[in-house]
Design a protein around this ligand. Structure first.
Ligand SMILES: Cc1cc2nc3c(=O)[nH]c(=O)nc-3n(C[C@H](O)[C@H](O)[C@H](O)COP(=O)(O)OP(=O)(O)OC[C@H]3O[C@@H](n4cnc5c(N)ncnc54)[C@H](O)[C@@H]3O)c2cc1C
Length: 255
C-alpha cells in the first residue's frame, strides 16, 4: 500500500460536528468521482487511516474532504484539530460503488444523502460526464439542523456558478431537508419518496425504475430503508461488476 503525504491548505468548520479541509494533490493519486480513499494521520509513527469520500472533483489539482468530529473517535478527535501546513496521509488506491459507470444508462439521476454522506456526491455533481449521461441530476441532503447543511451556498448556486454553470446547464437540482427544526422542507427523505411528494417538489416527472437511476449514501438505517423502497419500486442494485438501477454506500461503519 503506497501512502502519499499531502499538506492541508484550507480548513472550514461547518459546525461543532463537521468540518472540511483541502489538501495538496499528488497527481499520481487518481480516482473516479464518487470514490473514497483511506486517509488519516501518522500517530506515534504509525498511520491511522479511515475511509473518506473525495469531495473535490477529479479534474481539480487539490483534494477536499468533509469530516465528522467524533468526540472520542481515534482519528477524528485528532483530525478535527489539523492546521494549515499539517500533513495528512492518503492511501493511493481509492475505491467505491458510487460511480456513474456502475449504473445503467438512464434519464434522471437521484443522489440521496444524509450527514457526511453528501461527500461523494460533491464530486459527482461537478463532473461534466454526469450531465452527459443524465438529463437531470437531483441531489438531496438531509440533516438534523439547517446549519449542518454543508456546502449549501455552493450547491444552491451551482447552476449560476462562473465555472459550473457550463457543466450543469441548469440541469442540477438541490433539495435539502431538515429533521429536527423548522425549515423550508422538513422530514426524512424516505417520507418524501413514499408519500410521492418529492418528484413534483423538485420539478421532475415521477420516478420510473426503467429509466431513472439512484445513488444512496448515509447512515445504516437510511441506506437500508432506501434500498427497500427502491427495490419495491422495481429498481435493482448495481455493483462494481454489474450495472444496476441504484448503488449504495454507507457513509460510515456502525459500531
Ligand atoms: C465507505 C466509507 C466512506 C466514508 N466516508 C466518510 C467521509 O467522507 N467523511 C466522514 O466524516 N466519514 C466518512 N466515513 C467514516 C470514517 O471512515 C470514520 O469512521 C470517521 O472519520 C470517524 O473516525 P474515528 O476514527 O474518529 O472514529 P470511528 O471509530 O471510525 O467511528 C466511531 C463511531 O462514530 C460514528 N461515525 C463515524 N463516522 C461518522 C460519520 N461520518 N457520520 C456520523 N457518525 C459517524 C459511528 O457510530 C462510528 O461507529 C466513511 C466510512 C466508510 C465505510
Amino acid at each position: 500500500m503506497a501512502l502519499l503525504k499531502e499538506k492541508v491548505t484550507e480548513i472550514h468548520h461547518w459546525t461543532d460536528k463537521t468540518f472540511s479541509f483541502k489538501t495538496t494533490r499528488n497527481m499520481s493519486f487518481r480516482f473516479k468521482n464518487g470514490e473514497f480513499a483511506m486517509i488519516g494521520l501518522e500517530i506515534n509513527g504509525k498511520p491511522l487511516l479511515r475511509a473518506y469520500s473525495v469531495v473535490s472533483p477529479n479534474h481539480e489539482d487539490y483534494l477536499e474532504f468533509l469530516s465528522i468530529k467524533v468526540p472520542n473517535g481515534p482519528l477524528t478527535s485528532k483530525l478535527q484539530h489539523v492546521k494549515i501546513d499539517d500533513e495528512i496521509i492518503i492511501n493511493s488506491k481509492p475505491t467505491g460503488t458510487l460511480v456513474c459507470d456502475y449504473l445503467l444508462p438512464g434519464r434522471n439521476l437521484f443522489l440521496f444523502s444524509t450527514g457526511t454522506g453528501l461527500a461523494p456526491f460533491m464530486s459527482i455533481v461537478r463532473d461534466p460526464e454526469t450531465y452527459e449521461k443524465f438529463e437531470k441530476v437531483i441531489l438531496t441532503h438531509t440533516v438534523r439542523t439547517s446549519k449542518e447543511l454543508a456546502y449549501r451556498d455552493l450547491l444552491t448556486n451551482l447552476n449560476n456558478d462562473e465555472v459550473y454553470s457550463e457543466v450543469t446547464r441548469n440541469n442540477f437540482i438541490y433539495f435539502s431537508t431538515v429533521t429536527r427544526e423548522k425549515w423550508v422542507n422538513e422530514g426524512r427523505i424516505t417520507d418524501w419518496i413514499q408519500e410521492n411528494t418529492l418528484w413534483k417538489k423538485v420539478g421532475v416527472e415521477n420516478f420510473k425504475p426503467e429509466i431513472d437511476r439512484v445513488m444512496i449514501c448515509g447512515s445504516e438505517e437510511m441506506t437500508f430503508d432506501l434500498k427497500k423502497i427502491f427495490e419495491k419500486l422495481g429498481s435493482k442494485e448495481g455493483s462494481t461488476k454489474v450495472q444496476g438501477g441504484f448503488v449504495i454506500e454507507k457513509a460510515f461503519a456502525e459500531k
